[in-house]
Write a protein that binds this ligand. Structure first.
Ligand SMILES: Nc1nc2c(c(=O)[nH]1)N[C@H]1C(S)=C(S)[C@@H](COP(=O)(O)OP(=O)(O)OC[C@H]3O[C@@H](n4cnc5c(=O)[nH]c(N)nc54)[C@H](O)[C@@H]3O)O[C@H]1N2
Ligand SMILES: Nc1nc2c(c(=O)[nH]1)N[C@H]1C(S)=C(S)[C@@H](COP(=O)(O)OP(=O)(O)OC[C@H]3O[C@@H](n4cnc5c(=O)[nH]c(N)nc54)[C@H](O)[C@@H]3O)O[C@H]1N2
Ligand code: SF4
Ligand SMILES: [Mo]
Length: 699
């Protein structure tokens, strides 16, 4: 007899409700749950791939240790004891440890409840993570303006009438720093009530294709567009902050004069968006309708990422759309992390490249390879990689690939032998996805409605397997014991979750949430900024001096000559997720998606036709890749998706290896970074594209 279990998909930030039909341990189907309070039945193709993940023959089930270059299965006891002994010995020698945490750890609340123990046991104040390849600029802005790194205002799409998306592609990504499942239908509904979606992107993306207007923008130049929009709001007398006046601090008055000197024509020329378009966007945002501007990866992972995210907040304030129904609002989720985790910090840290920003105790990934390669006593000698694949996700991955060979101890928490974990001495694999429970810990605070949803495990865990949180907690205890320190008791994630839910304003218990398999809806967002602010003066600190100074730095860069070169950007596809769903046959079928998109004019200039092999060279490296000629990318721009690169020696992903495989991050460059956040620059990489040698093309 088959059974149907309601569950939340844990793969991306949308956290869709799914219905999983199983018979015994066989997954018969995975469908959207029409009754889920947030996703209303929506799923994407990746949800069905959870079954492939669960049953993947390449997935590790036991700890493995590298012996003479070969993987040997060992017991958990031996793995923990050997790792603890080796780490303790290295610490005794004064060897520096480090940790890298990848994206999937944000989707496993169990990890979040245990990781601080492992950090303490290893002796780590700071960590590396995917955050400095991603969203750290958002945290800097939220910290300075609203007093907490996690106080994010998200667009209220269900009541919005004019939405501008700049550098985000939610039709493919399903939303980021914005939990918005069923995005496409929500856009349709907005259009059905005469609302409009405007997309600004160097590529005519899947999101651009459903928008009412799409404007190309030159990669890395959005700051000019955002300043232009803001200036146009001020210059046309449309600025209106009446909704927020009581909670806006005096620094607000510094913003208009700080941008007064910018010339609209120069701004438009810099970003490639015509002045009339800039003015129209400004007028629409400031018109008498709920509206919002939202920006993601395309405007975060660039040199002025923090400035961009600040300008986005400022535009929403200046057009009276922040903290407004149909504008942007801060959620009040059932599990309110704002009240539980500290407000965070923006500090400096000493790195191999001198003083760099350290936000939320994160060290910038742009320095990571160099920290592994330095030749003084500060060199990282032991490394713990938790759910991450930085060889494919960090800039100049080829260099990092070499650098990881320079370690005395490397432990990967992963279920696969990947481009990164192949360097490890030990790989500690978690149980399958259907064998763990789920709570959208970090995503309630980013969701378009206030809600709660808990999913218990569907399958029992096979004998001898462990969830990530258990592996982390048990290794932490073993390290502390080996080191002769006190060993705390393990607090099960479920108990921590229950306590966090009870202590949040909604006051739910885990039992209550668990009793509602479709989730509990606590209603739409509401204006609540005054209550949510965590700044000392309980006001929005509108213009931190760092942001005003950064405006000046941008102004100076406007005057400098931009080199004439092609600019490389990334892309995401709905059937891929970063580097780790490429081993699912059902997701990988269809046309090759690891291509170089190039505009017909740029292709013709280089004698390139569809299907040709091109050589793409950046400052750090070059790769050969199949060409896809398309006017979906603007002239001057080429695009390669990130997350590929599985053909490296020793990678044990049999399906992923079959497909064309070039890592975008073999071309991206760690030299540049956003100086206010330390975030990597992953877009607008200058590249040269030429026709590849015939020899390569024939291969
Ligand atoms: N050029 C370029 N680079 C980028 C980006 C870009 O847009 N362009 N995007 C950046 C962004 S936003 C991010 S978040 C990063 C992601 O970068 P990372 O987090 O470093 O990498 P992922 O590809 O998400 O790999 C996650 C790893 O965790 C493993 N894994 C998956 N689920 C689990 C689990 O439940 N338990 C355990 N133990 N392991 C698991 C997978 O097998 C995989 O090896 O990439 C960044 N890199
Ligand atoms: N299917 C799928 N979904 C995912 C992921 C995935 O890998 N696959 N990854 C998840 C993760 S970890 C994250 S962080 C989110 C990211 O979510 P999004 O940010 O929505 O996703 P991206 O596709 O990176 O969108 C960035 C957009 O910026 C554009 N862009 C590049 N450079 C510039 C620029 O200089 N200016 C402007 N205006 N635009 C630019 C790109 O063309 C792209 O369309 O997606 C999440 N969801
Ligand atoms: S959009 Fe797809 S991958 Fe993301 S949570 Fe929903 S079903 Fe899962
Ligand atoms: Mo991400």
């Amino acid at each position: 007899m088959s059974q149907v279990h309601a569950r939340t998909c844990h793969i991306c930030e949308a956290n869709c409700g799914v219905l999983v039909e199983v018979e015994g341990r066989e997954i018969l189907s995975i469908k959207g749950n029409p009754d889920h309070v947030l996703s209303r039945g929506h799923i994407c193709p990746k949800a069905t791939a959870i079954a492939d993940l669960q049953d993947d023959p390449d997935r590790l089930h036991k700890p493995v240790k590298k012996v003479d270059g070969k993987w040997q299965e060992i017991s958990w006891e031996v793995a923990f004891a050997e790792i603890a002994a080796k780490l303790t010995d290295l610490k005794g020698q004064g060897a520096k440890p480090a940790m890298y945490m990848g994206n999937p750890s944000a989707h496993d609340y169990g990890i979040s409840t245990q990781i601080s123990q492992l950090r303490r046991a290893i002796g780590l104040k700071n960590i590396y993570s995917a955050s400095t390849l991603d969203q750290i600029p958002h945290h800097v802005v939220q910290y300075h303006m609203y007093g907490h790194v996690s106080l994010a205002a998200v667009p209220d799409i269900d009541r919005c009438q004019y939405l501008v998306i700049i550098g985000g592609n939610p039709v493919a990504s399903n939303g980021s720093i914005w939990t918005v499942p069923d995005f496409k239908k929500r856009v349709k509904e907005m259009q059905g009530r005469d609302g409009q979606l405007v997309v600004v992107d160097p590529r005519r993306t899947e999101t651009a294709k459903i928008a009412d207007a799409h404007h190309f923008v030159k990669p890395g130049t959005d700051t000019a567009l955002l300043i232009g929009i803001l200036k146009s709001v001020f210059d046309s007398g449309l600025a209106n902050t009446s909704r927020l006046d009581a909670i806006l601090d005096d620094s607000w008055s510094a913003i208009e004069p700080a941008i007064a000197g910018f010339d609209m024509d120069a701004l438009a020329a810099h970003c490639g968006v015509p002045v009339e378009v800039v003015q129209d966007i400004a007028a629409q945002l400031a018109a008498d309708q709920p509206a919002a501007i939202y920006g993601r990866m395309g405007v975060s992972v660039c040199e002025f990422g923090t400035l961009n995210q600040w300008l986005i907040q400022v535009i929403n304030i200046a057009t009276d759309n922040l903290d407004r129904e149909g504008g942007t609002m801060v959620p009040e989720p059932a599990l309110d992390t704002i009240n539980i985790v500290g407000q965070g910090s923006v500090r400096k840290a000493d790195t191999v490249r001198g003083e760099m920003p350290s936000v939320m105790s994160e060290l910038p990934m742009v320095t990571f390879a160099d920290e592994l390669l330095r030749d003084d006593e500060e060199r990282i000698r032991s490394l713990f990689v938790i759910t991450g694949n930085p060889v494919l996700s960090a800039p100049d991955g080829a260099k990092l690939d070499r650098a990881l060979e320079n370690l005395d101890l490397m432990v990967s928490f992963d279920m696969y032998v990947t481009a990164t974990s192949r360097h490890a001495d030990y790989i500690l694999p978690p149980c399958g996805p259907m064998e763990k429970d789920h709570y959208p810990f970090f995503f309630g605070p980013l969701a378009i409605r206030n809600y709660a949803s808990y999913s218990p495990a569907i399958f029992d865990m096979p004998e001898g397997e462990k969830a990530d949180w258990e592996i982390i907690a048990e290794l932490a205890r073993e390290i502390l014991a080996t080191d002769g320190q006190d060993v705390p008791n393990i607090r099960e994630p479920r108990d921590v979750l229950d306590e966090m839910l009870r202590s949040s304003p909604a006051g739910l218990t885990l039992a209550e949430v668990e009793a509602a398999p479709n989730g509990i809806d606590l209603g739409p967002l509401r204006p609540c900024m005054a209550e949510r602010l965590r700044t000392d003066d309980k006001k929005i600190n509108a213009a931190h001096p760092d942001f005003l100074a950064e405006l000046q730095r941008f102004s100076a860069s406007l005057d400098s000559e931009q080199p004439e070169t092609l600019r490389l950007i990334g892309r995401r596809h709905v059937r891929q997720n970063n580097s780790w769903l490429h081993n699912s046959k059902r997701l990988q079928k269809g046309p090759n998606r690891c291509t170089l998109m190039i505009n017909p004019a740029d292709a013709a200039e280089r004698g390139l036709a569809d299907g040709d092999m091109a050589s793409v060279a950046s400052r750090v490296n070059s790769v050969d890749i199949v060409v896809e000629v398309t006017d979906d990318v603007m002239t001057g721009v080429v695009s390669i998706p990130h997350g590929f690169g599985h053909r490296r020696d020793g990678v044990e992903l049999s399906v992923a290896r079959e497909n064309p495989n070039v890592s975008l991050n073999d071309l991206t460059d760690p030299e540049g970074f956003d100086p206010l956040s330390g975030n990597a620059v992953l877009n607008a990489t200058p590249v040269a594209v030429t026709k590849a040698e015939e020899l390569v093309a024939a291969e």
